[in-house]
Design a protein around this ligand. Structure first.
Ligand code: ADP
Ligand code: MG
Length: 694
């Protein structure tokens, strides 16, 4: 029998559980014995500093432990109902009072052992008013059975029908056996653990369920956090290995016929970040395994130039490169930019979108098939419509801000044999990137080209609106363009949110003589596209919009971005919106309007920096990884123990080690790696990657 299978036995068969409690436990996500072992306290009552009751003095702030010897509810003269209980320990007794909490009479009973923390004052004698209290044991339970060897009491997440004390009792009763079972699962040897400064699995679990001091808890948590991160990275590394080696890759030469000429002809020097990213991409392309890389950089960090270089590298090797954008408009924009950029080397990019029809389509298709078209720009339809490339070499996918399950599908379909480069304009902290995209290699442009003037950003309340509109009007009259963005229109929220349609009518009046366009989610795609084109072409001066669909749109003449009800947007969204301006030679402005009394902290942070990576870190801190993951990626990994902010060091270690292991032994067949294979199967089933859909 497998040594560990017993950990996966149903929790029902453990001592003190049974069918009824087992069912209740499922509400806490506990099904197996192992689940129970991993059901960790969500906090600890630190009773290592417990005061003896006789020593309490008015003015103290203290923690005591005592049995309830009497209790009841008393109504004061001002008819406040106060719950009272007298607690006694070996040294004496004291009255505790909970004003305004008469319902405690139902849960606190005589004979219970109570831990209470709060101020002591003088009121007909000494009286404590507990701020917090925990029932440590029932009348018939001895203190020693409450399961803590020391005096730190674990408090477990509980559920209706099963109190934290009952859960603690179940865990304590089964703990020795469960810990024995768990010690067979130790997968990291002593040297490895010493490197990280974490205890073994068995010790970590024993500590978490019964620490003798609070300082032991954190290293034990880090052990579980590491384990979680390591297996996730191992899963990612295996997926990466498959992407890169499943098909034969292309070894591009280092000839640099076109790329060298292109670089020499650029009117600027690459930034240090661009040089680093290009170096990484070049090295990838010159190696046999397929490139599978994510290029991450803020709006304006110069990703397009890097994409152009990679495409030219394919071209100078007699291969074709395709760039795919999420919308036709963006594809056209890329086509224009690349055509301009590549003039210096005599390459003429072709475009293929739904709007390219008739004989133009025919000739594009035949040039693509013959291989004559070295660089092709299109929408995702480029691959999905089974356009045949004569000599495919590289696919570049521009995802702008979203890179989720759908986009991974595109990537999988696109890069069956070619090298693949994905561009994302949403900066995220490295720890999040490794967790979400650990199966890709990562290049980061964390630096903007010199000479940019940051977009001047302000946070504005209602009272500043007229002045702001006057300012906007001034800009428009000088020939600039602007955006006003509203949160999504939703009929049910119309009272709440200023409907953009209504606002549009008012703005048409306010800015009479100027063209004010409107885009919202209810418009037909063709109509949206028509309005966008008029804005891009300069016929529309002010664009009122509820959508952030065209995140990549580039109108260098636009200098003002107003964001209404800005508190409804997340930091990343706000930053994306701001990125629509400041793209030309004119100074640009962004105002975030809030409707409440005080601007939320988020808006102040937004106004305080234009560094997308800094904002991303703030977002992680403010909203937590769970929220961010859920938003970015359906089915994203849920981390129970790891905290991407605190555990960045563990993550780096896990990432590096997982890659080393997979390079050396991709199938995890070597003896020391076999436990990993088993653990992966138990954690992730037969999924080969986190993001396999369907
Ligand atoms: P992104 O695609 O990352 O938003 P782009 O590639 O469109 O950024 O670059 C934004 C602008 O900056 C373009 O006009 C581009 O020509 C220019 N640019 C790119 N790299 C540099 C550089 N190293 N120095 C100066 N300007 C640059
Ligand atoms: Mg660009």
């Amino acid at each position: 029998m497998e040594p560990n299978t017993s950990l996966y036995r149903p929790v029902q068969y453990l001592k003190g559980v049974g069918p009824r409690r087992a069912e209740t436990l499922t509400r806490l996500g506990i099904r197996s014995a192992f689940d129970l072992l991993l059901h960790l306290p969500h906090r600890y009552e630190d009773a290592t500093t417990v005061a003896s009751i006789s020593s309490l003095e008015p003015g103290d702030e203290a923690t005591i432990i005592g049995r309830v010897v009497s209790k009841g509810v008393i109504r004061t003269r001002r008819s406040l109902r106060v719950f009272h209980a007298v607690l006694r320990d070996d040294t004496g007794q004291v009255e505790c009072a909970w004003p305004g909490r008469p319902w405690l009479d139902r849960s606190i009973r005589r004979g219970q052992l109570l831990l209470a923390t709060g101020p002591v004052r003088f009121y007909h004698g000494r009286q404590m008013q507990p701020r917090e209290h925990t029932v440590l044991a029932e009348e018939d339970e001895l203190e020693g059975e409450t399961g803590s060897s020391g005096r730190v009491f674990p408090v477990y997440p509980a559920t209706e029908g099963l109190s934290h004390r009952q859960i603690r009792a179940i865990i304590q009763e089964n703990l020795p056996r469960l810990l024995r079972d768990a010690s067979g699962r130790e997968a990291f040897d002593a040297r490895w653990r010493a490197e990280l400064g974490v205890p073994g699995l068995r010790d970590a679990l024993a500590t978490l369920h019964g620490p003798s001091s609070l300082s032991e808890v954190e290293p034990a948590r880090r052990r579980l956090a590491y384990e979680e991160l390591f297996y996730l990275q191992l899963l990612h590394s295996r997926a990466r290995h498959r992407h890169r080696l499943a098909q034969q890759g292309i070894r591009f030469s280092g000839a640099r016929v076109l790329t060298g000429k292109f670089l020499a002809g650029l009117p600027f020097r690459l930034t240090a970040a661009q040089q680093r990213a290009w170096g990484e991409i070049e090295a990838d392309m010159e190696q046999e395994p397929r490139m599978y890389r994510l290029l991450q950089g803020d709006v304006g960090s110069g990703k397009t130039v890097i994409a152009a270089l990679a495409m030219l590298k394919a071209a100078e090797n007699g291969r074709q490169a395709a760039l795919m954008a999420p919308t036709e408009l963006l594809a056209e924009q890329h086509h224009r930019t690349l055509s301009e950029l590549m003039k210096s080397v005599g390459i003429r990019p072709r475009i293929l979108t739904g709007s390219v029809t008739g004989s133009r389509r025919e000739s594009a298709l035949s040039e693509i098939e013959s291989g004559e078209a070295a660089v092709v720009v299109g929408t995702h339809a480029l691959i999905q419509d089974a356009v045949r490339f004569g000599a495919p070499g590289l696919v570049v996918i521009d995802e702008q801000h979203r890179f989720g399950v759908e986009q991974r599908r595109t990537l999988r379909e696109a890069g069956e044999s070619t090298d693949a480069l994905v561009m994302s304009a949403t900066p995220i902290p490295r720890s999040m990137a490794l967790t979400l995209y650990g199966d890709l290699d990562l290049s980061v442009l964390d630096e903007l080209p010199p000479g940019r003037t940051p977009v001047k950003t302000g946070v504005r309340g209602e009272r500043s609106r007229e002045a702001a509109f006057d300012f906007l009007e001034g800009q428009l009259e000088q020939g600039r363009q602007g955006y006003i963005v509203y949160p999504l229109i939703d009929e049910s929220e119309v009272l709440d949110v200023k409907a953009a349609t209504l606002m549009h009518e008012r703005l048409v009046e306010r800015f009479s003589g100027l063209e004010v366009g409107l885009i919202h989610g209810r418009l037909a795609a063709a109509e949206k596209e028509r309005v966008m084109r008029r804005f891009v072409g300069g016929e529309v001066q002010l664009l009122v919009s509820t959508t952030v669909i065209e995140v990549g749109i580039d109108v260098p003449n636009a200098t003002v971005m107003f964001i209404e009800d800005a508190e409804r947007f997340g930091l990343a969204q706000l930053h994306q919106l701001r990125g629509r301006v400041g793209r030309g030679q004119h100074a640009s402005y962004c105002a975030a309007f809030y409707s409440g009394k005080e601007p939320p902290e988020r808006l102040e942070i937004f106004a305080g920096t234009t560094d997308g990576f800094e904002l991303a870190r703030a977002d992680l801190r403010l909203r937590g990884q769970g929220n961010l993951f859920g938003e970015r990626q359906h089915g994203a990994p849920e981390l129970r123990f790891a905290d991407l902010e605190k555990d960045a060091d563990l993550l780096e270690h896990a990432w590096r080690r997982a890659r080393e292991i997979v390079e050396e032994d991709p199938e995890l067949r070597a003896r020391p790696h076999r436990p990993f294979a088993r653990e992966l199967a138990e954690r992730y089933g037969r999924r080969e990657s986190l993001y396999e859909v369907g």
